[in-house]
Design a protein around this ligand. Sequence first.
Ligand code: F6R
Length: 617
Amino acid sequence: MCGIVGYVGKQKAVPLIIEGLKRLEYRGYDSAGVAVLHNGAFEVAKKIGRVTNVELQAAKQKLSGTYGIGHTRWATHGGVTDENAHPHVSSDGRIALIHNGVIENYAQIKRFLLSKNYTFKSETDTEVLCNLVAYHYAKEPVATNGDSRFVESVRKTLRHTEGTYGIVIMATDAPGELVTARKGSPLILGLGDGESLVASDVSAIVSRTQSVVYLKDGEIAHLTANSFAITTLDAGTVEPVVDKVTWSITDADMGSHSHFMEKEIFEQPTALENAMRGRFSEDGSTANFGGLNISANEFRGVDRLMFCACGTALHACMVTEHLIERFARIPVECDYASEFRYRNTPLFRNSLFFVMSQSGETIDTLAALREAKRKGYKVLAINNVVGSTIAREADGGIYQHVGPEVGVASTKAFTSQLLIGAMLALYLARMRDMSFSDGTQMVQALKGTPDLVRKALLQAPHIQNIAKRYAKATDMLFLGRLSLFPIALEGALKLKEISYIHAEGYPAAEMKHGPIALISEQCPSVFFAPNNEIFNKVVSSMQEIKARKGPIIAIITEKAELPAGLADEVIVIPECHEAVLPIVASIPVQLLSYYIAVERGCDVDKPRNLAKSVTVE
Ligand code: F6R
């Protein structure tokens, strides 16, 4: 979604803000802009398209100064135009503002402001908010509580605002000061040496400082180059907690890879090592998680689990469901977070609620978490971004520890979610019926995952060749069974989001109840056919496709023996424990989607219409 960067310090602000915006481009955007204060007036450069367009425009306009704000926009209110891009400047010229989120009562506020002779150039809710700050700023000459007038006018504005926001504001009368506030949209303060930053994502800050403060909903921060203070909407003071970011800017660089997605696919063995480090018991028979904040006893009392997430993370939940039910024999339900929040699902007295989210900012997942908490349930989060809103609002959880994931299409975050799901299944199973020796065997298998993934990655050149042959397909099916059905869903999602080929995932045997109608020489099917108890059933499904001239790409394990000539393409992955299989089987579909998208000339890291973290409903 939209990205925010604000800077006040000693350096030239525009290049720093542009660099920050480029680091946020992966979140999804359609236009961008920067604003600086010069000789008492705002100078603004805004352009649709890439951040480089704004960079050129800002250079043309000779924007300079050591203080400014910048934004990448993903349109919600109003089309993709230069005018609608942020920053917006109030019609009296005194306030400049950038905004992530949606102001729900903007129409009502706009009517009020029009009656006060404020004027509007754009169709956005943000310009309305900007003018409302200007209105309060003009009307409240003296603050009553010792706050600066600037902060007070923002506070008054936000008291009249419904919806979600992460905002950063400059005022002509307050040079060198930034005011920033959040409700529902992430904001992080960066505290540097003689400089302060604010951004919607740590990656825009970490090249300047690793000292950060995660702003909470309902908080307003006032920043200068050398100071910061946080208060609340009702003017309470806040004792800030300064955190250290544990990764550096090189972790968010592409290195020698052509795309972040490629880098992140090949990073998976290390990412998985990091996700499991220190998380097995000393006796080597179960998993250990530090931050669950629930005693083993409470866990033992749980008789039902509910998982909510969106997109790829939901597929990881579905695999986790399979593994927990298989090994721990606890009933699990998975739901789209966006559905759960309005569905009024019956929960049980001893249900335990989990959410899964790479970013920890997905608004639907956050809403599901809040709904479960409102109903009195403890909520645990499996989450990658440290300090995210979901991590902070959950009662406990498990961090994925895979570092920044920049590619919009999730890869390393997904496989680490699968690994953590498998470890959770082990942990719950060992509390119930799983024996010590089965536990140690599973631990050994899980520890071996990074090497198996390394081995699967060796197939990359072979998969690249296959991709060349199928890159012109217009439709594709992904078919798998049991724990590989969610991987079929994930394969289809990966392919469609980055290559724009229509794809569907199905349980392999379900294919004959409808999707088989799509089969033709132009519609290839990707089959998962591991060497297991239902291998022959999967082969029968393949025969049905073959009989209708559908091309088959088979992903099989080493010991699986396919009838000669059945598959047009075969990709072999190592044999592995069934808890590890979904992880290893994900690698070929990630690579296939990636290489097909590259072959089709698609913008892999920034697919059209998509955003890395979806912070609007
Ligand atoms: C697809 C993808 C999305 C996300 C979804 C949830 O590759 O990345 O489907 O999985 O938007 O995002 P998080 O995990 O950040 O909640």
